[in-house]
Design a protein around this ligand. Structure first.
Ligand code: ZN
Ligand code: ZN
Length: 144
C-alpha cells in the first residue's frame, strides 16, 4: 500500500468517514492514476470489481473525499469535472486537443496574491492558473 493511500485512509478515519471497500478502491485508483480522471473514468475502471456500483455512487464518494480535503475537483470549461488527489500544490497544463491534464510543479504564486490583496484590499483566499497548449501525443499525431 502506498504512503499516500495510507495517509488518505488515516485522514478519513480521523474525520469519522467510514472506509468502505468502494471508497478504498476509488482512492487507490485516484492516487495511482496520474491522469486526473472523471467520475466516469473511475466508474469504468472499477465496475468489474463492483458490479453494483453506479457513476452516482462514485461521484458521491468523490464528494465526500473533497469535503474532507483529500481530493480536489477540477472544473475547466463545460467538460465534466476531473478529480485530483491533493498532494503538494501544483498547477496544470491542459491539452486543447485531447483534454489531457498534466501536473506542473512550480512554487505557488504567493506574491501575486499578496500584491492583489495590497492593491484591492481584498481578503484573498486562493487563485487558479491554467496553462494551455498541445500535448506531445497530439503534436505527434498532427505531424503525420
Ligand atoms: Zn493532447
Ligand atoms: Zn494535478
Amino acid at each position: 500500500m502506498s504512503n499516500h493511500l495510507q495517509e488518505a485512509l488515516e485522514t478519513l478515519k480521523g474525520t469519522g468517514v467510514r472506509i468502505t471497500p468502494q471508497r478504498h478502491a476509488i482512492l487507490e485508483y485516484l492516487i495511482n492514476s496520474m491522469t486526473h480522471p472523471t467520475a466516469d473514468d473511475i466508474y469504468k475502471a472499477l465496475e468489474g470489481k463492483f458490479p453494483n456500483m453506479s457513476v452516482a455512487t462514485v461521484y458521491n464518494n468523490l464528494r465526500v473525499f473533497r469535503e474532507v480535503g483529500i481530493v480536489k475537483e477540477l472544473t475547466y470549461g463545460d467538460a465534466s469535472s476531473r478529480f485530483d488527489y491533493v498532494t503538494t500544490e501544483h498547477y496544470h497544463v491542459i491539452c486543447e486537443s485531447c483534454g489531457k491534464i498534466v501536473d506542473f510543479h512550480y512554487p505557488g504564486l504567493d506574491e501575486v496574491e499578496k500584491l492583489a490583496a495590497h492593491i484591492t484590499d481584498f481578503d484573498i483566499s486562493h487563485h487558479r492558473m491554467e496553462i494551455y497548449g498541445t500535448c506531445p501525443d497530439c503534436t505527434a499525431k498532427k505531424a503525420h
